[in-house]
Design a protein around this ligand. Structure first.
Ligand code: SF4
Length: 313
């Protein structure tokens, strides 16, 4: 993969954000209020990928702003991490009406943004939250119940990383058993972050299609991007902060000032629990974003027309 400094990758991420902010690639553009690009650290070692924005997110332009986001923050805190140290995005950047599941054409249309986010942020570990993100990033229809808590080396576009599927926090809100599983899976994240970076995937062969190809999308935007097998390496490296750490390309982390607001101040949470997999979490009560109280952002119900935010650190 092309080596670029964190500063350069951060600037390029802002360009992608600007492009996405006016996106009309899929029908969700007609019903959204705000494109929810994602927020967090532009050089994060840990990235979360959820499903889709809910009502609060659509309004604020920030991902995971609600009860599920509060839970995500709490779980992060339990393993010594904070929201501003990670990057949080979704499979689709615009809210599906009534929090319905995103349609395949919408996921496909939006996929390129996620590819570019992962390529530019270069996370060591990507946690897919729930079925939609897990199936997309694994290029496989296996449901989250079967694969949660099982790290494996994967790639997306030109980026290789350890994919770590987790239940969606929204699925754990009202199901204590799911919450305990999610909490236990979270406990392994710090150890995963200490592993050596995922090795680059082998070039795809005609018999082993690349993850990108298998996942319905067009060919990778850049460089190679083959699907890689299950977790292969486990050699522990020295402790490595989630963010603010020198990256393999040897540059340090940016923390510029354009960040609109500290992530902790922007309320987290997103909404929809996965529904397409007949898994326990799918039966969990979904937390309609409309019903979710705000957790630090504009008070619930407040008609605060904030501009789209990148909330980039
Ligand atoms: S969901 Fe993605 S592809 Fe569709 S309009 Fe929004 S940003 Fe564009």
């Amino acid at each position: 993969m092309e080596a670029a400094s964190p500063e350069d990758r951060r600037e390029r991420l802002k360009v992608v954000y600007a492009e996405a902010s006016g996106c009309v690639r899929c029908p969700l553009a007609a019903t959204r209020t705000t494109v929810v690009f994602g927020s967090g650290h532009a050089d994060a070692g840990l990235m979360f990928v959820g499903e889709a924005p809910g009502a609060q997110e659509d309004k604020t332009g920030l991902p995971f702003v609600g009860q599920a986001g509060k839970l995500l923050d709490r779980l992060l805190g339990e393993v010594g991490l904070a929201r501003h140290e990670v990057f949080i995005a979704n499979v689709v950047k615009c809210r599906p009406p009534q929090n319905r599941d995103p349609h395949p054409n919408e996921i496909e249309a939006c996929r390129d943004y996620l590819v570019r986010q992962v390529e530019l942020i270069q996370p060591l570990v990507v946690c897919s939250l729930g079925n939609f993100a897990t199936k997309l990033l694994r290029g496989d229809p296996t449901g989250i119940t079967r694969v949660h808590g099982q790290p494996e080396v994967r790639s997306l576009g030109a980026a290789a990383f350890r994919l770590y599927p987790l239940f969606h926090p929204a699925a754990a809100l009202y199901t204590p058993a799911t919450l305990e599983i999610l909490r236990a899976d979270f406990q392994r994240i710090p150890a995963l972050l200490k592993l050596e970076p995922a090795p680059p995937p082998p070039p795809p062969t005609s018999r082993e299609p690349a993850l990108d190809e298998a996942a319905t999308g067009p060919p990778p935007r850049a460089a190679t991007g083959g699907a890689s097998g299950p977790e292969a390496t486990g050699g522990a490296a020295g402790p490595r902060p989630v963010a603010h750490a020198p990256r393999p390309d040897g540059v340090e982390v940016p923390t510029p000032a354009e960040a609109s607001a500290p992530a902790e101040a922007s309320a987290p949470a997103e909404a929809p629990a996965p529904a397409e997999d007949p898994a326990p979490e799918a039966g969990a009560p979904e937390a309609p974003a409309e019903a979710q109280p705000s957790a630090g952002g504009p008070p619930s119900g407040e008609d605060d027309e904030r501009p789209p935010q990148l909330d980039l650190f």
